[in-house]
Design a protein around this ligand. Structure first.
Ligand code: NAP
Length: 293
C-alpha cells in the first residue's frame, strides 16, 4: 500500500481562499483583521517564523504589525509591549514568538495577552473554554496545530467518529490539547495520549485508526507499529543535517517506510506545518468577526 497524501499545502491554499472572502467581508464593514507579532531578541529561526506569518497575512489581506524588542528587554518591557497591543483597536490577534530569551517567563507572557486576541489559542482562558465546550461550537480561539490536524483529516474525508486515535507526545502545543478537540460531541474520536513514560508505545500505536506523532524525535514511528490503512499525522519536526546550501533538512517523527503501510500520511514538510499557519490566520479573522457580532 502507498499512503494517500494528507496534503497540507493544497489544503492550506483552499483555506486561504475561504479566508480571503471572509477578510473582504470584514473590510467591507470597516473591520479589517490585524495580526501583531512580538519578537524579543534575534533568534534566526524565530525571525524567519515571524516573517512567514507576515507573508501569510499579506496573502489573505490581513493587516500585520511587527513589534521587536532587544534580547535585553525586561519583564516590564515585554509586558508593556503586550499591553499596547492588547489596547490597539486595529489588532485582532497577537503572537508572542517563543522561545523568549532566558530569564523571561514564557507562560506569564502568554497569559498577559488578552484572551480575545490570543492568536495561538494557548491562553489558559481559551484552553479552559475548550475543556468546558464538549458540544456545540467553541466560541474561543483554538490551539492552531490541533485544529490543523483535525482540519486535514476532515478535508481528506478520513473517518473520525468512533475512531481510535493515538497521540504521541504530551507537549503544550499539540498533545496536551488535541484530545479535547477530537473527543468533542459531533467529532467523537476515542483518544489515547502517550508520552516518553508510556509502556509499550508500539502496542498503543498498532491499535490506532489515526496516529498523531508530536514528539520531535526523527523517524520514531516505525512501519511495523502502524496498522495497515491507518491515517498518520506527522507533526514533529527536527531540523537536521545542514545541506550544502546552508539550509537545514526537516525530519518528521514518522519513518518514511510508514508510507507503505498507512492509508493516509501527512508529509514533512508540506503537511501539518502549512495547515498550522492557516489556522493561526483563522483565529485572527474569527476574532475580528466576533468583535463585530
Ligand atoms: P514538546 O513540548 O516538544 O514535548 C515533546 C513530547 O514528546 C513530550 O511529551 C515527551 O514526553 C514526548 N516524547 C519524547 N520522547 C518520546 C518517546 N520516545 N516516546 C513517546 N513520547 C516521547 O511538544 P510540542 O511542543 O507539542 O511539540 C512536539 C513536536 O511537534 C516538536 O517537534 C515541534 O517542533 C512539533 N510541532 C510542529 C508543528 C507543526 O506545525 N508541524 C507545530 C507545533 C509543534 P515527556 O513529556 O514524557 O517528556
Amino acid at each position: 500500500m502507498t499512503a494517500a497524501v494528507l496534503d497540507g499545502v493544497a489544503t492550506a491554499a483552499a483555506v486561504k481562499d475561504e479566508l480571503r472572502v471572509r477578510v473582504d467581508a470584514l473590510r467591507g464593514v470597516g473591520a479589517t483583521p490585524g495580526l501583531a507579532t512580538l519578537l524579543v531578541g534575534d533568534d534566526p529561526a524565530s525571525r524567519s517564523y515571524v516573517a512567514g506569518k507576515h507573508r501569510d497575512c499579506d496573502e489573505v489581506g490581513i493587516r500585520s504589525v511587527r513589534v521587536e524588542l532587544p534580547a535585553t528587554a525586561t519583564d516590564a518591557d515585554v509586558r508593556a509591549a503586550i499591553r499596547d497591543l492588547d489596547d490597539a483597536r486595529e489588532v485582532t490577534g497577537i503572537i508572542v514568538q517563543l522561545p523568549l530569551p532566558a530569564g523571561l517567563d514564557e507562560l506569564a507572557m502568554l497569559e498577559a495577552v488578552d484572551p480575545v486576541k490570543d492568536a495561538d489559542g494557548l491562553h489558559p482562558v481559551n484552553l479552559g473554554r475548550l475543556v468546558l465546550g464538549v458540544q456545540g461550537v467553541v466560541d474561543a480561539p483554538l490551539p492552531c496545530t490541533p485544529s490543523a490536524c483535525l482540519e486535514l483529516l476532515v478535508r481528506h474525508g478520513v473517518p473520525i467518529a468512533g475512531a481510535e486515535v493515538c497521540v504521541i507526545g504530551r507537549g503544550l502545543t499539540v498533545g496536551r490539547s488535541i484530545g479535547l478537540l477530537l473527543t468533542r460531541r459531533g467529532i467523537d474520536a476515542t483518544v489515547t495520549l502517550t508520552h516518553s513514560r508510556t509502556r509499550d508505545l508500539a502496542d498503543h500505536v498498532r491499535r490506532a485508526d489515526v496516529v498523531v506523532a508530536a514528539v520531535g524525535s526523527p523517524h520514531l514511528v516505525q512501519p511495523a507499529w502502524v496498522r495497515p490503512g491507518a491515517a498518520v499525522l506527522d507533526v514533529g519536526i527536527t531540523r537536521e543535517r545542514i545541506l550544502a546550501d546552508g539550509r537545514a533538512r526537516l525530519l518528521g517523527d514518522v519513518h518514511p517506510g510508514v508510507a507503505d503501510v498507512a492509508g493516509w500520511l501527512s508529509p514533512v514538510p508540506g503537511g501539518v506545518g502549512p495547515m498550522t499557519r492557516v489556522m493561526l490566520l483563522d483565529n485572527v479573522v474569527r476574532a475580528a468577526e466576533r468583535a463585530i457580532a
